[in-house]
Write a protein that binds this ligand. Structure first.
Ligand SMILES: Cc1cc2nc3c(=O)[nH]c(=O)nc-3n(C[C@H](O)[C@H](O)[C@H](O)COP(=O)(O)OP(=O)(O)OC[C@H]3O[C@@H](n4cnc5c(N)ncnc54)[C@H](O)[C@@H]3O)c2cc1C
Length: 346
């Protein structure tokens, strides 16, 4: 795979990472942005998309997903390349002052500067808490569906009670050789219509539902053969299975960011308040991931940090360049970068 050259790599596409594209773009600096999630928006999109936010300046109320959509619209003119489903695992500073960046999926970058906008960390699927499960991850135990055909014709057990668990149950019932849904209680977080449909399939004998939790795996010669489930009566049910799918939601983990040699205090990266730079020159951190005296984990704080970090990044990338503040209202060069024409009479 070829190495992608770029001025800046932004790690994390939450609201602050997205706004960083904008602030860099105004200064004529191009970025690639990466997120381990499959979509942009960080906590806003993942944890509370439907909730209103009341403290975004000049927007008396704004839905969390709406904020993400508005930010995506605002950064469009700057043509940042967005890579979703890519966790950044490697970050190294080279002797020439540039950075090598690598993702778990094998993407490689040669970047002039880095902004870490990693929030509370990279969202990871909560794992099936039974002994030995790690060894089968990606071969017989899965936490997301990449190719549905992988599960066709299999003896499949699905764990979970949210929309993902129910949606895949409905999709794969009839295509799997056998399908059992296991959820720890009779109440579901999933859409009631999906739950009703699942109960219909159970009544029609097309699948099983067990109220219970996974206890242990059955294996033979390094191959997963089944899973033992403790049901709500306390009995152990041995389910033959050659594929398990578990949807227990996502939890953030600081993950690889903790291994990049950066100064960390209480799970956050220490930065100064002039540049929002970490202890490694050229690596900046904005949003919930950073800490400094008086830090407040608010979106508007992250927006301010992104603006100042952009100027500092410009100085890092182009040390000789004169810096001056221009208003988006009146600057012809910013209008050009924004792709807008000057207002009539302006
Ligand atoms: C329920 C709730 C309500 C809230 N309400 C408000 C509010 O009213 N007002 C307000 O200002 N704030 C609110 N917040 C806080 C606000 O959501 C956060 O301050 C904001 O999301 C921080 O943005 P961020 O871009 O720094 O990080 P995040 O939104 O956390 O995004 C970080 C992104 O980085 C990615 N990432 C991390 N590590 C890696 C890696 N190694 N590789 C690739 N990707 C990585 C993560 O997957 C994530 O998508 C609320 C939070 C919650 C949970």
């Amino acid at each position: 795979m070829s190495i992608i050259q770029t001025e800046v790599v932004i790690i994390g596409a939450g609201p602050c990472g997205l706004f960083q594209i904008f602030e860099l773009g105004l200064l004529g600096i191009k970025a690639h942005i990466l997120d381990s999630l499959a979509k942009p928006g960080g906590q806003c999109a993942e944890l509370y998309p439907e909730k209103p936010i009341y403290d975004i300046p000049a927007l008396p109320t704004c839905g969390a997903q709406e904020l993400v959509d508005r930010l995506l619209e605002q950064v469009k003119p700057f043509g940042a390349t967005m890579h979703f489903g890519h966790e950044v695992t490697v970050l190294n500073k080279r002797a020439d002052g540039r950075f090598d960046v690598e993702t778990a999926g094998g993407l490689k970058f040669d970047a002039g500067s880095i902004v870490i906008a990693g929030g509370v960390g990279s969202f990871q699927p909560r794992r099936l808490g039974v002994e030995g499960a790690d060894a089968f991850e990606g071969t017989q135990i899965f936490y997301r569906v990449k190719a549905a055909a992988e599960f066709h014709g299999r003896n499949l057990v699905i764990f979970g009670g949210g929309d993902s668990a129910l949606d895949w149950t409905l999709d794969l019932a009839g295509k799997a050789a056998s399908l059992t849904l296991v959820h720890r209680r009779a109440e579901f977080r999933a859409a009631p219509a999906s739950v009703a449909k699942m109960h219909e399939l159970v009544a029609a004998g097309k699948m099983r539902f067990i109220e219970g939790t996974a206890q242990s795996l059955t294996t033979d010669g390094g191959v997963l053969k089944g899973v033992n489930v403790k049901d709500n009566s306390g009995a152990i049910q041995a389910l033959p299975a050659d594929r398990l799918l578990a949807f227990f939601g996502l939890a953030p983990k600081l993950g690889p960011i903790a291994e990049w040699g950066l100064d960390i205090e209480k799970k956050a990266l220490k930065v100064d308040t002039e540049k929002f730079q970490t202890n490694v020159p050229g690596i900046f951190a904005v949003g919930d991931i950073n800490t400094y005296p008086g830090k407040k984990k608010l979106i508007l704080s992250g927006f301010h940090e992104a603006a100042l970090a952009a100027f500092a990044i410009q100085a890092y990338l182009y040390p000789g360049k004169r810096q001056f503040l221009q208003y988006t209202t009146t600057s012809p060069v910013m209008h050009q970068r924004l792709g807008v024409s000057e207002a009539p009479g302006g």
